[in-house]
Design a protein around this ligand. Structure first.
Ligand SMILES: Cc1cc2nc3c(=O)[nH]c(=O)nc-3n(C[C@H](O)[C@H](O)[C@H](O)COP(=O)(O)OP(=O)(O)OC[C@H]3O[C@@H](n4cnc5c(N)ncnc54)[C@H](O)[C@@H]3O)c2cc1C
Length: 241
């Protein structure tokens, strides 16, 4: 096993019927040093001495939490889903990390457009204080796509920042709601990538982050390539096993 450490589950709550928010602490008492946007991996023992590894983005908001916080979306029949969805406080796991390059860089675009489906919004939650620190120079649009209102996770965190900072726009998109009458100002119907038609993204001004469902990422990337974006201007993290 590579640089793994033991973590203990401290608390588990349901964010939505299918997403569990998990808080862990390291057994050695050390903090997990990470850059918002990174992920950790669990190492599960499998048959014949094999190891199964599953990755989860860090949801912890620096300055607000000392725990390793994650959002786990339940996948029917999934090995890690079953284990982590039924885990109880006190249960211990092998973890490694942090990993990943879906992080903020030292740059000043006119606008960041950060797009996610479901738990793919987790890295942007962790980035909130760092994004807020840049809002005097950069506009930020965070767009979360979920199926229904019940599936919206962390929206109160994003709305709190959007209410405080006029340069931060938060949009919540429902792919399976149909009632146009009672939408709040930040709510939209349709797939999250359909919002690009309203944002007029431009490779001259914008850097785009895409995280979560591979189908959304491919569809969004196709739209952006058509508009002239290069691979470097579209940072992608697909949630696949
Ligand atoms: C860098 C990275 C970060 C990630 N961050 C998160 C995160 O923050 N939160 C989170 O919930 N997940 C995240 N994932 C996905 C996570 O690592 C697992 O893939 C997911 O939890 C499914 O694992 P499982 O063992 O439960 O299912 P598996 O045993 O791997 O799969 C069971 C079955 O479900 C299918 N399947 C797998 N994943 C999905 C899916 N998402 N939707 C529908 N069917 C699926 C498989 O093809 C298989 O048939 C991330 C993945 C990566 C690569």
């Amino acid at each position: 096993m590579q640089n793994t450490f033991t973590v203990t589950l401290v608390e588990a709550t349901l964010l939505t019927p299918k997403v569990r928010h998990l808080k862990f602490k390291r057994h050695d008492g050390l903090p997990l040093e990470f850059t918002p946007g990174q992920f950790v991996s669990f190492h599960f023992s499998a048959a014949e001495g094999k190891e199964i590894r599953r990755s989860y983005s860090l949801a912890s908001i620096p300055g607000q939490s000392e725990h390793i916080e994650l959002a786990l979306g339940y996948v029917e029949g999934g090995l890690a889903s079953k284990t982590l969805f039924t885990a109880q406080p006190g249960d211990q796991f092998a973890m490694s990390g942090p990993y990943g390059r879906l992080i903020l860089r030292d740059e000043n675009p006119q606008r960041y457009i950060m797009v996610a489906t479901s738990t793919g919004v987790t890295p942007y939650r962790s980035m909130l204080p760092a994004l807020a620190a840049r809002l005097n120079q950069v506009k930020v649009v965070i767009m979360l796509g979920v199926q229904t209102r019940l599936d919206a996770l962390y929206s109160t965190d994003f709305l709190a920042y959007a209410n405080q900072y006029p340069n931060l726009d938060f949009r919540l998109c429902y792919s399976r709601e149909t009632d146009k009458e009672h939408l709040l100002p930040f709510e939209h119907l349709g797939y999250v990538q359909e919002q690009f038609a309203l944002l007029n993204p431009s490779p001259d001004n914008d850097i785009v982050y895409l995280c979560g469902n591979p189908n959304m990422i491919d569809a969004a990337y196709d739209i952006l390539k058509e508009k002239g974006f290069s691979a470097q201007q579209v940072r992608r993290e697909k949630y696949v096993s």
